[in-house]
Design a protein around this ligand. Structure first.
Ligand SMILES: C=CC1=C(C)c2cc3[nH]c(cc4nc(cc5[nH]c(cc1n2)c(C)c5CCC(=O)O)C(CCC(=O)O)=C4C)c(C)c3C=C
Ligand SMILES: [Fe+2]
Length: 437
């Protein structure tokens, strides 16, 4: 079942299915180059239209007159400005990039503020389907915004680099070591973190490139990872995503309609624990978790289901029902054995087994090729969101460390923890309250 409480990107203002008009647009008259505004993207309406960086003749996302209208996939638009940053509560996108930057030697608070200002403007523009600020690469020229989201965060090391130690949230203290960690430091943490998601691969890459170019000499890439999810419309009916082990993954995610959703996922406006600049923000834990697929795929489906505690076909608990049926943790079979084993992943990660610990999981799968030994380097870019990692990821991962049946089939290879401030208001950039406060 799809989670209908997860906000979807809204279709763009003008009707995406409207036939491309010739001659004049609704606002009157052709635009430069003879391309009418309505023929630009067909969806640009009053808001989405942007001409090239130099105000040139060719509009962004121009398309030939005979083109079919954008499907809802290309037309999906997420707002940049808002209470929370985009890319947290929106449904999973088909493509993702995560990238961490370190500030360049000599770059401090002033350069960081200028960078966040540039990045925010780029994010705003690209998410609206407009061209980048700097000379645009043209990679996404024919596409709509495709539900693009760009999200910014700060790592622990950012605060010393910018003289802002007093503003560093306690919640950003480094994560403890876990026994299952096999972490590559070079691909972990970082001063700044950017998450990009879109339903189109070129739109996502275009955004990544623009963000990198904006960094200029202020910051350099520390690590970068690419991921994907199922494309919208690929299944006969909307349903919860599957991961590369084939499991339905995401069923029990908290929902924005849950009474305690905000309290669990977002930092409160007047909380005692967090600095004021983190109001309405969240903490992202990012883990590159490799799946040992050759081992996993040797298991029978029944054995795989025992590892998770849910049916592979439809994600229903082994105790019966459908995907959304509550799992019966006490149920035993005729021999008196628990139907959901004590070390089943879906049993031990439940909030009621962990003092209420809850996270919003919003991952991407990844595949970085097949090694010379024939082993795929594939798994999960596990990204989870919470108001406090010490009440979210940390207790859960500690529990998993103590005996998760899934741990034999996965390896945590990289890790990051980032403070993601609240959304920028109109005219503001992300992190302004920290950098100019
Ligand atoms: C520290 C937190 C978690 C890690 C790391 C993690 C890795 C991981 N999980 C799966 C597959 C599934 N996880 C499922 C449920 C689930 N997992 C976590 C936490 C971590 N998972 C939670 C909090 C939950 C929900 C528990 C609940 O509220 O009942 C499921 C079952 C379906 C679902 O609810 O999503 C699957 C499947 C993989 C493959 C993986 C690492 C690669
Ligand atoms: Fe899980």
């Amino acid at each position: 079942m799809t989670d209908q409480s997860i906000p979807q990107a809204r279709p763009r203002a003008a009707d995406a299915a409207a036939p491309a008009a010739s001659g004049a647009d609704s606002a009157g008259g052709p635009v430069a180059g003879g391309i009418s505004r309505r023929r630009l993207l067909g969806t640009a309406g009053a808001t989405g239209l942007a001409l090239g960086a130099a105000g040139g003749a060719a509009g962004y996302a121009a398309r030939p007159a005979e083109a079919t209208p954008l499907s809802s996939l290309g037309a999906g638009e997420v707002m940049f400005h808002g209470k929370h940053q985009p890319g947290i509560v929106q449904r999973l996108q088909a493509r993702g990039h995560v990238v961490a930057f370190d500030l360049a030697a000599g770059a401090g608070r002033k350069e960081a503020a200028a960078l966040l200002r540039r990045w925010s403007e780029t994010a705003r523009r690209l998410m609206a389907g407009e061209a980048a600020q700097q000379e645009d690469t043209g990679v996404a020229l024919d596409a709509g915004p495709s539900s693009l989201t760009i999200t910014f965060g700060f790592g622990h090391s950012f605060f010393a680099r910018t003289g802002l130690e007093k503003q560093r949230p306690v919640a950003l203290d480094p994560l403890p070591e876990f026994s299952s960690d096999r972490l590559d430091k070079a691909r972990s943490n970082g001063d700044l973190w950017v998450q990009i998601g879109a339903d189109d691969a070129l739109v996502a890459f275009h955004a990544l490139r623009a963000i990198q170019k904006d960094a200029g000499r202020a910051a350099k890439v520390r690590w970068q990872m690419n991921g994907f999810n199922r494309s919208p419309g690929a299944t006969a009916h909307p349903m919860t995503a599957r991961n590369l082990m084939g499991q339905v993954d995401g069923t029990r995610n908290p929902k924005p309609t849950d009474a305690d959703f905000d309290r669990r996922i977002f930092v409160p406006e007047a909380g005692a624990q967090d600095p004021a600049w983190m109001a309405n923000g969240s903490y992202a834990v990012v883990r590159r978790i490799r799946m040992l697929l050759d081992d996993w795929e040797q298991l029978s489906v029944t054995a795989q289901e025992q590892v998770i505690g849910r049916r592979k076909a439809d994600g229903a608990p082994l105790t019966g029902g459908t995907e959304t049926t509550e799992m019966d943790l006490e149920k035993t079979d005729r021999a008196g054995n628990l139907v959901v084993p004590l070390d089943a992943h879906a049993r031990i990660t439940r909030p009621d087994q962990n003092g209420g610990a809850a996270i919003l999981r919003r991952p991407f799968s990844y595949h970085d090729g097949i090694g010379p030994d024939g082993v795929p380097d594939a798994g999960l870019l596990f990204i989870c969101w919470q108001a406090d990692p010490l009440r979210g990821f940390v207790p859960l991962q500690r529990k998993l460390d103590r005996g998760d049946a899934l741990s034999r089939y996965i390896r945590h290879e990289a890790s990051g923890l980032f403070a993601v401030p609240g959304g920028a208001a109109e005219g503001e950039y992300v992190g302004q309250r920290l950098l100019e406060g």
